[in-house]
Design a protein around this ligand. Structure first.
Ligand code: ATP
Ligand code: MG
Length: 153
């Protein structure tokens, strides 16, 4: 478990993730409304060098942000009755070419993802973050992120 005491910590975590996650990593972002899923994506986009606005794709379904390392794809399936359709319609190919794919409200049943990141509110600005490697290749990566965070990087 990673304890985030403020949004500045969320930003620090985003920088570590941007550094450690390999190209094409697909991340499920879960946690209740207002937990900070979109905010984490905003800091990830910044960490990857995207300088424009990052907004919630709740109504538009998907936003793609160009970064020097390749596109960051942000999907929000909250309003979709059947999120798995998205996968069948070609999301898998889009994510394969992305620097990172982030799926808010995605479940492992509907999306073949590498990592699940869960944010839980623990106070006004405090959040608890759980990182789970769904793909065994990501186990050492998750460990590096946890260590880096503990070390204050
Ligand atoms: N430690 C923190 N990490 C992330 N966001 C934080 C933190 N502390 C406070 N916040 C604030 O909490 C809010 C989180 O909103 P955000 O839209 O990112 O949530 P969300 O999980 O994407 O919600 P939704 O499920 O409705 O899309 C923002 O206003 C953000 O500034
Ligand atoms: Mg959101």
């Amino acid at each position: 478990m990673i304890e985030l005491s403020s949004e500045a910590d969320t930003k620090r975590l985003a920088r570590l993730l941007a550094r450690e996650l390999p190209p094409g990593t697909r991340v499920l972002l879960t946690g209740p409304m207002g937990a900070g899923k979109t905010t984490l994506v905003r800091h990830l986009a910044r960490a990857l060098g995207f300088e424009g606005r990052v907004t919630s794709p709740t109504y538009t379904l998907m936003h793609t942000y160009p970064t020097p390392a390749g596109p960051l794809v942000h999907v929000d399936v909250y309003r979709l009755p059947d999120p798995a359709t998205l996968w069948e319609l070609g999301l898998e190919d889009t994510l394969a070419e992305a620097r990172l794919g982030l799926i808010e409200w995605g479940t492992p049943e509907a999306f073949a993802a590498d990592l699940r990141l869960t944010l839980e509110p623990a106070g006004a600005e405090a959040r608890r973050c759980r990182l789970e490697a769904l793909n065994p290749e990501l186990v050492p990566v998750v460990e590096r992120v946890r260590e880096g965070y503990r070390a204050g990087r």
